[in-house]
Ligand binder design. Structure first.
Ligand code: ZN
Length: 156
């Protein structure tokens, strides 16, 4: 068994629409070199961490080597190739989104359905939790949101 964890934070902007877990929602999104999908970025780092293969910035630096506004679904698929995902069984994924900018509960099912397809696992193996920051700091001020992902890979 290999455990992985990852986190990611981006600032909000009204100039982009929200991409979260590879699903687009018609509300304010994130600033970023890519689409700023905090959930998929944290997920990529969790996968890379589990197999000991550096981090997402190593494969997709925020510069001219990564196409601007690249879809994070493309990034995830490349990371799955890097870690040789087909050799593992993904036991479960536990996701926490800390935000006061948008409602996580309303989006959780759509995101779980999409992740279930992207990761080729049953939806029951994915959990998504929404948390606030108690009105404090950049998250409480709705300036940024944070994703934390833990997962377990079975390499037996
Ligand atoms: Zn990111």
């Amino acid at each position: 068994m290999l455990i992985g964890n990852g986190w990611d934070l981006h600032q909000h902007t009204e100039k982009e629409i929200l991409s979260l877990g590879g699903v687009e929602f018609n509300e304010d999104g994130f600033l970023g070199h890519s689409d700023g999908d905090i959930l998929l970025h944290a997920l990529c780092d969790a996968f890379l961490g589990a197999v000991g293969k550096k981090d997402i910035g190593h494969y997709f630096p925020s510069n001219e080597n990564t196409p601007e506004n690249i879809s994070s679904t493309i990034i995830l698929n490349e990371i799955l190739r890097v870690i040789e995902y087909e050799k593992f069984t993904l036991t479960n994924v536990d996701i926490t989104i800390i935000t006061q900018k948008f409602n996580v509960k309303d989006k959780a099912l759509k995101i779980k359905e999409n992740l279930s397809k992207l990761l080729m696992i049953p939806i029951e193996k994915i959990n998504i939790k929404g948390k606030s920051a108690d009105d404090y700091g950049i998250i409480g001020d709705q300036k940024a949101s944070l994703a934390i992902v833990s997962l377990l890979l079975d390499n037996a």
